[in-house]
Ligand binder design. Structure first.
Ligand SMILES: *Cc1c(COP(=O)(O)O)cnc(C)c1O
Length: 419
């Protein structure tokens, strides 16, 4: 099977190079290769499977929906599924957090929603420029790519990328440099060369950028900076949202309220393609049909998404459990940084909730640890500008035993690679 796939699939393939087996089944936090080998899944669709693979409650809702000949595709027509979804979003997510947003169901991928959010911000402010941050990742279609720092993707844009200016993320210039003061200086000096931005787009925890966590004061400062300077605050919660950081929205920790939010990845709860833009109601300046797409809101994904809101977020113990597991994982990973220090590697553990990583200071080393872990039954990816961060995105429904097993595998892998 592997030979046939290698011969037929474009060289552009990526994850299958790090994890070169054929997968066949998965349940919860475990994924199985066709030969029956079991792996604990700390990749989890790069944060798409927050509730694990094939969660039984979501699966039942989905199978029932298909079996009943309900609507699968409907452009952006009203469907019962859409009503169910919007009702659940308001009841279980927005109202308990006293948030008021309108919903734009865009094309099904994260970058589709980012593109729509950028276009909306530019339309509202009638300005082209948008500020993005160093090491940010917002997708690879041209508009989103202009906001993405990653050189690998930018180098094949094929066209000049326009409409973005990069500013340093929190702590990008070291712990002692206030990067917001730097940003504000550019805004206040009309000869700085910075065209007045319509908006800023930011990840609260940079996922692809290497688990860089924006501090709460920094985020509150960014919100205030946006208000003072008439810029919209867009939070890209595609990877850090849907409970990944321990709260439904990653910005809840800091208490900020974005003007525009973008969600995707775990939004359907089941790995189905699904994205949305949330906008403060007064920002909904779209005219009818001014933005479109054939696949706007995947109806089966609305069913599983609504069920996930109800089942997980309708129960206050879920958030507490995620918080508790985050501590278990953090303690495990911190013990590994100690182990790495014994080899004179100044490793750092960091993250928020169950979005965590160990910066081992070397992409080559992180890659070796990931490869060795995979040989021992743990699928775990690397991220960061040089791939130097071993990145844990385990499903939120993982058990303590599975976390423990994964940490043990990492410990053995670090020993094997460095001894
Ligand atoms: C994955 C991701 C995207 C892009 O989503 P796609 O579905 O791959 O287009 C954008 N922003 C963030 C923060 C992401 O993690």
């Amino acid at each position: 099977m592997v030979d046939k796939l290698i011969a037929s699939e474009s060289q552009v393939r990526s994850y299958s190079r790090s994890f070169p087996v054929v997968f066949s089944k998965a349940r919860g936090a475990e994924i199985y290769a066709a030969d029956g080998r079991r792996y604990i899944d700390f990749l989890a669709g790069a944060g798409t499977l927050n509730y694990g693979h094939n969660h039984p409650v979501l699966k039942e809702a989905l199978l029932e929906y298909y079996a009943g000949d309900h609507i699968v595709h409907a452009l952006d027509l009203w469907t019962q599924a859409k009503y169910t979804y919007i009702e659940a979003l308001e009841k279980f997510i927005l109202q308990p957090r006293q948030l008021d947003y309108r919903v734009h169901l865009t094309g099904p991928t994260g970058t589709n929603a980012v593109e729509a959010a950028l276009r909306l911000a530019r339309k509202i402010k009638n300005r082209a420029n948008i500020v993005a941050f160093t090491n940010g990742f917002h997708g690879v279609t041209l508009g989103s790519l202009a906001m993405t720092g990653n050189a690998k993707f930018r180098s094949v844009a094929g066209l000049p990328m326009a409409g973005s200016t990069f500013m340093p993320f929190d702590r990008y210039l070291g712990r002692d440099v206030d990067t917001l003061a730097y940003f504000e200086k550019f805004l206040s000096d009309r000869s700085s060369g910075l065209d007045h931005p319509a908006a800023v787009i930011v990840e609260v925890v940079q996922g692809e950028g290497g688990i860089n966590v924006a501090s709460e004061p920094w985020l509150r400062g960014l919100q205030a900076l946006c208000k003072r300077n008439d810029m919209l605050l867009i939070v890209d919660d595609i990877q850090a949202g849907c409970g990944r950081t321990g709260k439904f929205f990653s910005f809840e920790h800091a208490g900020v309220v974005p003007d525009i939010i973008v969600n995707s990845k775990s939004l359907s709860g089941y790995g189905l393609p699904f994205s949305q833009v949330l906008m403060r109601p007064e920002l909904d300046v779209w005219e009818q049909g001014q933005y479109n797409g054939t696949f706007r809101g995947h109806n089966p994904a609305m069913i599983t998404g609504a069920k996930a809101f109800e089942h997980f977020w309708g129960d206050p113990s879920f958030e507490r459990e995620v918080g508790r597991k985050a501590q278990v994982l953090r303690d495990g990973l911190r013990s590994l940084t100690q182990a790495l220090r014994n080899y004179d590697i100044e490793a750092e553990e960091r993250g928020l909730g169950l979005m965590r990583g160990i910066d081992v200071r070397s992409g080559a080393l992180a890659g070796k640890i990931s490869a060795e872990a995979f040989r021992n039954g743990l699928m775990i990816e690397t991220s960061g500008s040089t791939g130097q961060v071993v990145k844990c995105l385990c499903p939120l429904v993982i058990s303590d035993e599975q976390i423990d097993e994964a940490v043990q595998i990492l410990r053995r892998s670090i020993g094997k690679v460095l001894d």
